[in-house]
Design a protein around this ligand. Structure first.
Ligand SMILES: Cc1cc2nc3c(=O)[nH]c(=O)nc-3n(C[C@H](O)[C@H](O)[C@H](O)COP(=O)(O)OP(=O)(O)OC[C@H]3O[C@@H](n4cnc5c(N)ncnc54)[C@H](O)[C@@H]3O)c2cc1C
Length: 463
C-alpha cells in the first residue's frame, strides 16, 4: 500500500501518524527539528509542549476534560501518554513534559510502519497527506500552502478579540441593532455613559500587557495592521470613541445599566421625548451559526488574561460575561478553514489532503491532538477505500470541527474547545456545572453510537 505522508511532529502530527500506522498503513513522518527550529520549540522531541505543561482541566464536565475523555475512548496515543506521565496539578491534566515527549518520540520512531524522517518538507507532496505543521509552519512550506489556498486564505498572525457566551450577557442592558438601523439588527451593543467610559479608558490605558516573545518581536510587522485596543486607549481619551466604540447611529431602547440616574426632565406637551445618547458603545458580533457566541468587535488585545477579564467586565451588560476565549495577538500560521475545509478535516478542493492542529484554527494542545486523531483516522479510511468519518457536533470534538468548517470565513479566528459551540440541550438548565454535565452525558452517549464505525480502525490493529 502507498504510504501516507504526515508533515509536522507536534501534537497533531504525532497523533495522526500513530492512528494511520495503527490502521495498518505505512506512514512517512516528517519533522524538521533539530535541523530547523520555528522559534517556540526547544527540543528535538515529538509532541513538545511549547509553553505550559497542562492539557487543561481534567473533570469531564469541563470543556478540556470532556475532550480528554472523548480522546481516551478513541484510543488517542497523546492522551494515553499524558495519563501515564501526569504530575499533580490540582484539577488539571499536567504532565512531566520531558518524559512525555521522549516516550512519544521513542514509541513512534520504533513503530514498524512509521518511517520517521527529520527533514523540513518545503512543498506539499502528492498522495494522501496530513498537514500538521502548526502555528510556526516553516516559511517555504507556508508559501506553498499559500499558493494552494490562495493569498487571502492563509494568515500569519492571530489578532483575536475576546469571545463571550451569549447567555452570560445581560440583555436588559445590551441591545440588538445595526448602526443607523441599516439591514437587520445584527450586533449586540453595550452602551456606556461618560463616567463609565472614562473609568474604562483609564483602566485600559494602564493595564498590564503580555510581553512579545523574541521571535514575535522579530516578526512585529505582522501586528502592524491591527492596533490593540489598549494601544488605541493610550493614543488619547477619544481615540476609541472615533474607532470601535463609536456611539453614533445606535440608540438604546432603554437607559438601564448606563443612563444617568437623574429623573427624566419634564417634557412640554407636544414636544418629542429626546432619547438619551450613549457616550460610547461596544459592539459584539455573532460568531457561530447558532448565535451562542459573541465576538467583541475591534477588541484585539495583548493584555494579560486576568486584566482582560477585570477590565472587560466593567462594560455595562458584560458584568458577568463568560469568556470562551480571551484576546490574543501572536504569531500564528492558520488557514481560513471555513472557506477551505469540511468537518472530516479534508480540503474541499483536494480530498486526499487533510490538515489538523493549530494550522486549521483550533487552539490548544488537546484540540490539536483531537484534530490529529480525526485527520489520521480519515487519511487511513481514504487509503482503505472507506468513507471518511464526520464526528457528530454534539461531542466536543465534532463541535470543534463543525465550528471551524462552518464559521463565517470573513471574520474567522481560531477557537479552543468550549461548551458554547455545542448545540443547545433543548432544555434550560440554570446551574452551569449541571448543564455542562448534561453536555458531557450527551457527548459520551453519542460517541458510543458511532463506535461501530470506529471499530473499523481498532479491528485493524496490526502492531
Ligand atoms: C509561543 C507559543 C506558546 C503556546 N502555548 C500554549 C500553551 O501553553 N497551551 C496550549 O494548549 N497551547 C499553546 N500554544 C498553542 C500550541 O502551539 C498548540 O496548542 C499546539 O502545539 C499545536 O499543535 P500542532 O501540532 O498544531 O503544532 P506544533 O506543536 O507547533 O507542531 C508542529 C510541528 O511541525 C514542525 N514543522 C513546521 N514546519 C515544518 C516543515 N515544513 N517540515 C517538517 N516539519 C515542520 C514543527 O517543528 C513542529 O514540531 C502555544 C503556541 C505558541 C506559538
Amino acid at each position: 500500500m502507498n504510504p501516507i505522508t504526515v508533515i509536522g511532529g507536534g501534537l497533531a502530527g504525532t497523533e495522526a501518524a500513530w492512528q494511520i500506522a495503527q490502521a495498518g498503513i505505512p506512514v512517512i513522518f516528517y519533522e524538521m527539528r533539530p535541523t530547523r527550529f520555528g522559534g517556540a520549540h526547544h527540543t528535538e522531541h515529538l509532541a513538545e509542549l511549547v509553553c505550559s505543561n497542562s492539557f487543561g482541566a481534567m473533570a469531564s464536565d469541563r470543556a478540556a476534560g470532556l475532550l480528554h475523555e472523548e480522546l481516551r475512548r478513541l484510543n488517542s496515543i497523546v492522551i494515553s501518554k499524558a495519563d501515564e506521565h501526569k504530575v499533580p496539578a490540582g484539577g488539571a491534566l499536567a504532565v512531566d513534559r520531558g518524559v512525555f515527549s521522549q516516550d512519544l518520540t521513542e514509541t513512534l520512531a520504533s513503530h514498524p510502519l512509521i518511517d520517521f524522517r527529520r527533514e523540513e518538507l518545503r512543498e506539499i507532496p502528492e498522495g494522501i497527506v496530513v498537514l500538521a505543521t502548526g502555528p510556526l509552519t516553516s516559511p517555504d512550506l507556508a508559501e506553498d500552502l499559500r499558493r494552494f489556498t490562495g493569498m487571502e486564505y492563509l494568515s500569519f498572525f492571530d489578532a483575536a478579540s475576546p469571545i463571550v457566551v451569549g447567555e452570560s450577557i445581560n440583555h436588559d442592558v445590551a441591545f440588538m441593532a445595526s448602526r443607523y438601523d441599516k439591514g437587520e439588527a445584527a450586533y449586540l451593543n453595550c452602551p456606556m455613559n461618560k463616567e463609565q467610559y472614562l473609568k474604562f479608558w483609564s483602566e485600559l490605558r494602564d493595564a498590564e500587557q503580555v510581553e512579545l516573545k523574541g521571535f514575535e518581536r522579530e516578526n512585529a510587522k505582522f501586528f502592524e495592521a491591527c492596533l490593540p485596543i489598549e494601544e488605541q486607549a493610550r493614543r488619547g481619551e477619544d481615540t476609541m470613541r472615533y474607532g470601535p466604540l463609536k456611539p453614533v447611529g445606535l440608540t438604546p431602547p432603554s437607559t438601564v445599566g448606563w443612563g444617568s440616574d437623574a429623573p427624566p426632565p419634564e417634557i412640554p406637551e407636544g414636544e418629542e421625548v429626546k432619547k438619551e445618547r450613549p457616550y460610547a458603545v461596544i459592539q459584539l458580533r455573532q460568531e457561530d451559526k447558532a448565535g451562542k457566541l459573541w465576538n467583541m468587535v475591534g477588541f484585539q488585545t495583548n493584555l494579560r488574561w486576568g486584566e482582560q477579564k477585570r477590565i472587560f467586565q466593567m462594560i455595562p451588560g458584560l458584568e458577568n460575561a463568560e469568556f470562551v476565549r480571551l484576546g490574543v495577538m501572536h504569531r500564528n500560521t492558520f488557514i481560513n478553514a471555513p472557506q477551505l475545509m469540511i468537518p472530516t478535516l479534508q480540503f474541499k478542493s483536494r480530498p486526499n489532503l487533510l490538515a489538523a492542529g493549530q494550522i486549521i484554527g483550533t487552539e490548544g494542545y488537546t484540540a490539536a491532538s483531537a484534530g490529529g486523531w480525526l485527520a489520521g483516522t480519515n487519511a487511513a479510511r481514504i487509503a482503505l477505500g472507506k468513507e471518511p468519518l464526520t464526528i457528530p457536533n454534539t461531542t466536543m470534538m465534532g463541535a470543534l470541527f463543525d465550528f471551524i468548517s462552518s464559521a463565517s470565513p470573513k471574520h474567522f479566528q481560531p477557537m479552543p474547545p468550549n461548551f458554547g459551540i455545542l448545540p443547545d440541550l433543548g432544555v434550560k438548565i440554570k446551574n452551569k456545572r449541571e448543564r455542562y454535565g448534561k453536555y458531557r452525558d450527551r457527548s459520551l452517549e453519542q460517541l458510543s453510537v458511532i463506535s461501530e464505525q470506529l471499530t473499523v480502525s481498532s479491528e485493524q490493529l496490526t502492531v
